[in-house]
Every structure is written in structure tokens, then in C-alpha cells.
Unconditional design. Sequence first.
Length: 327
Amino acid sequence: MIELEGLTKRFGSTTAVDDLSFQVRPGVVTGFLGPNGAGKSTTMRMMLDLDNPTSGTVRIDGKHYRELEEPLKYIGALLDAKAMHGGRSAYNNLLCLAQSNRIPASRVAEALDVVGLTAVARKKTKSFSLGMGQRLGIASALLGDPEILMFDEPVNGLDPEGIHWIRNLMKTLASQGRTIFVSSHLMSEMALTAEHLIVIGQGRLLADTSMADFIHENSRSYVRLRSPQQERLRDVLHESGFTAVESGNGTLEIDGATTEAIGELAASHQLVLHELSAQRASLEEAFMQMTAGAVEYHAHSTGEAAPPPATPPGPQWGQSYQSSKGA
Ligand SMILES: Nc1ncnc2c1ncn2[C@@H]1O[C@H](COP(=O)(O)OP(=O)(O)OP(=O)(O)O)[C@@H](O)[C@H]1O
């Protein structure tokens, strides 16, 4: 468990983190969200004692980071994938880390295997791509087999297969009872990975809630329908107390209705429907809604297309880690 109490960090006149108090619990993946500059990285750095808080405390399983002997056995983190020594091989980078925390050298090969880097273990890391660097960073986080893992933007630079892999790895690690704390800008990815959410804006806590409640409370749900008899349908809906709003392309949207009620109403008037669907806003929309007032940098709209949907969960990559641990 990670516990923050009144955590505050000021850089001159900038308050990057402002009186944050929350807990990150074991057994679930907790997502950490906030617009650019919200203070996520600064918070994570303070969790790892890489930055000193101006005030407040962070406890890792009840202790301050500095009190942890061989901290990699308690908490592993991926903060900056480029933080490796480029002149050393992947194997030697991990071996140095392992030795500094009295972790058996055998864990190095295991961790490299989990992240799929065994074939390039002896290559110098300066030749690594961004995605390979991310994988090596994840291997270093896993090295001490810690109960707590933190990942700052872990899917940065990963291809779809890699994104799929890290998602399943995090879920598997959480299902083993570990505490998993992850930040990401990819909302569709976060929606598939995290069960709990901590949302911050301008350094302050905006939400500490389950993913389902966050979306439910910060977004609109409505029924969408299309009919070749739209005029008649609108009259029928109106007479039954529903307000249908036209949303272009011949579709109607009705807030606060169920598909069952609308379907049965249409059937009782023998009206043909070409579409009848329940619509729930995405995590992205809920996030935009909640953080609208806390965004530091705004861009002008360019009418960009929505991001493509993430791939659905697949085979359990993390299982190889699980089984290697038992070996
Ligand atoms: N070393 C520093 N010196 C001065 N200001 C800093 C420093 N580090 C962070 N800040 C400021 O603190 C605020 C929070 O930054 P931080 O990097 O923690 O946000 P973030 O949520 O991680 O952002 P992003 O999503 O863009 O990575 C920003 O206004 C940033 O400019």
C-alpha cells in the first residue's frame, strides 16, 4: 500500500502538488490521471524519494522510502525509460541494480525473459529503440519482485503487441495481490487496464474512485435511435414524456431512457427502428468533463479524429513472470 498525506511540492512560485492525500491499495490496478502539468510525475518522484516534498508525507507499506532496506524489493518503478547506462548491456544494467539491492543475479535473466529482451540481453542499451528501452525499464522495476509497482506512461513507445502485453502484465501483477499504480495519457488504454482511478488537476485531488463510478458520475448516458418514420416516432416519444433531440444523420438521442422502454414503445405503435442503442460516454469524455477547468495548456480545435479503440485483452503474458517466480 502507498499512502500520501498532505503531500505538497512547490517549485518557486509554482505549486506542482497541492496537499494531496490518498491511498493506493493492493490487488487492483490504480490509474493516475491528470492533464499535462497536473503534477503526476512530481508526485511519483516524491513517492520514490527522488524529490523532497515541501510538506506532507509518503509511506510505502507504512515506512518512508528512506527507511526501506534494499528498496527494490519493496517498490519497483518505471519513471524514465532513458535512465539506463547506454554504454552497458541490458544484462549489465540490470546486474548493477540487482547487486546494489542484494538481489540474486539469477533474477536478471528472469526479468529480461519476462519483458522479451533475452535475445538482446548482451547489446548495449544505447542502440535500443524507445519500445525496447521501455521494456528494459519494466524489467528493472520487476527485478526485486516487489509488492508495489509504479509505472509512469509505461506504454510510451510500445507497439500494439507491447501495449497489449503491458496491460495484461499489470492485471496479472495486481491479481497476485500487488499494488499497481500507473499513469497514462491513453484513456482508451487506461479504461481497459485500471479498476480504480486517482485524478488530479493543478496538483489537487479531483477524484479517488472506481473506474465505473468515475465514468458514471462524469458522463452522460443516453439512448440513440434511428427510424425511417422519424416524425411519427418523435410525436409518440413526446406524448410519452420523452424528449428526443436530433443529433444529425437522422439519429435521435434521448437522455434518461432505457433501450427496453423505447423499444417497447416503438413496437406498441408499430414503428420501424433501424437503430436502438444505449450510449455511455467513454473515460476520455468523463476525464475531459472533470478536468476542463484544470487544464494548463489548451490547444485550438483542429477537428482531429477520435483515437482508435485499443485492442481487446488477450493471452496472459504476465503468466510467464508468475511461473518463473515460483521456479
Ligand atoms: N524541476 C522542476 N522545476 C520547476 N518546475 C517544475 C519542475 N518539475 C515540474 N515542474 C512544474 O510542476 C508542474 C507539474 O509538473 P509534472 O511534470 O509533475 O506534471 P505531469 O502531470 O507529470 O505532466 P505531464 O503529463 O505533462 O508529464 C508543472 O507546472 C511543471 O512545469
